[in-house]
Write a protein that binds this ligand. Structure first.
Ligand SMILES: Cc1cc2nc3c(=O)[nH]c(=O)nc-3n(C[C@H](O)[C@H](O)[C@H](O)COP(=O)(O)OP(=O)(O)OC[C@H]3O[C@@H](n4cnc5c(N)ncnc54)[C@H](O)[C@@H]3O)c2cc1C
Length: 324
């Protein structure tokens, strides 16, 4: 028996979510007293086995097949399903990214098994008790899971990815799934890169503006600060609704969930739908004129003042210090 973790990568680049998955799986494997196995699916995956070992994977299965050149939910899920069967896995887990949940849901459908998505905590007793995030983070649900093979995903950003105190062996084993062409309902034929460099979801610094910014032009001071800090600009839905910034910049339940080192939220009230997208930030600085705004109350640091004065002043101070 094993605990099997589905790792995500994009043409050989490990997703941060995979490190999170292994970090939480390590604890679970120890509690279950089961070996921790990981599966890497697709082309260019094998070199990542070493990194998986650093995060505690005792065995790394590298699945290859003509249908697995790029991500396809059907072929990926069938591959993981077959491997889980071969290993007699007690549980299969991923991180609750769109991709992780899609693969797990496909496995659940194929096996007619329950699947618990976006878990915050897992108590592997008898039966398993889990707490999962629902409705974009505004509801926590306690779940009992009783199935021969447990299928679950860990909420993205619920844990901080950390290498194991000691790297595991990470023995690489090749796995060739039995897939036929009809299984691959979805295939990547072409890829168009829309954003380059750091993105909202991976940026170490996010400088966001809300309705308080006042206009599309008002974002110039945020663009300037973000550039000085090597970050990107985000916004609230009030801003995208006004057409001041594109939807791709929106943070929140119906936008992007972020987890930067620091989130600078200016002129944003911090409505729950915004907060759920920002709450995984390591530190939050709110700049707002309202001391009772939710964002101010929840932030680690707050400046109670007009953002149009404070933000340019921060930029100026950064430039002054760098010049000196
Ligand atoms: C189903 C659903 C999904 C949603 N999804 C999202 C989502 O993904 N993301 C999201 O952001 N919202 C989302 N919303 C909308 C959300 O409920 C709020 O309406 C929105 O976040 C408010 O945006 P805001 O904070 O910019 O505006 P407001 O709530 O109007 O807040 C503006 C803030 O700016 C401050 N301010 C004003 N002038 C200044 C100034 N000069 N200097 C400093 N501060 C100033 C004010 O004190 C206030 O706190 C969703 C709503 C629903 C119903």
């Amino acid at each position: 028996m094993t605990l099997l973790v589905v790792l995500e990568h994009d043409r050989g680049e490990m997703a941060e979510a995979s490190r999170e998955a292994l970090t939480s799986a390590r604890d679970l494997a120890a509690k279950l007293d089961e070996p921790l196995h990981a599966v890497l699916v697709g082309e260019e995956a094998e070199p990542l086995a070493e990194e998986a070992a650093k995060f505690g994977a005792e065995v790394v299965h590298v699945a290859s097949h003509d249908l697995l050149t790029d991500y396809g939910p059907d072929a990926w899920a069938e591959t993981v399903r077959q491997l889980a069967e071969e290993l007699d896995a007690v549980a299969v887990m991923a991180v609750g990214t769109d991709r992780g949940n899609e693969v797990m849901a496909q496995i659940a459908a194929r096996e007619d098994l329950p699947f618990v998505a976006n878990c915050l905590s897992v108590d592997a007793g008898d039966p398993w008790e889990l707490t999962r995030v629902q409705w974009g983070g505004s509801l926590l649900e306690d779940v009992t899971l009783d199935a021969d093979r447990k299928l679950l995903s860990i909420a993205h950003h619920a844990v901080v990815a950390e290498p194991a105190p000691e790297a595991a062996d990470g023995d690489v084993e090749q796995f060739e799934p039995d897939l036929d062409d009809e299984m691959s309902v979805t295939m990547v034929r072409d890829r168009v890169v829309l954003t380059q460099g750091i993105t909202l979801s991976t940026a170490p610094v996010v400088v966001s503006g809300g309705r308080g910014v006042g206009s599309a032009d008002g974002f110039a001071v945020l663009d300037e600060l973000a550039e000085l800090l090597g970050g990107v600009v985000g916004c609230s839905r009030a801003v995208t609704n006004n057409g001041w910034r594109p939807h791709a910049s929106q943070v929140g339940q119906t936008g992007t969930r972020i987890a930067p080192e620091i989130y600078i939220a200016t002129g944003i009230s911090g409505a729950i739908q915004h907060w759920v997208g920002a709450m995984a930030s390591k530190k939050i600085l709110a700049i707002n004129t309202d001391p009772e705004a939710n964002m101010v109350v929840k932030a680690d640091y707050a400046v109670l003042a007009d953002l149009h004065k404070v933000v340019p002043a921060i930029s100026e101070e950064i430039r002054r210090r760098r010049a000196g």
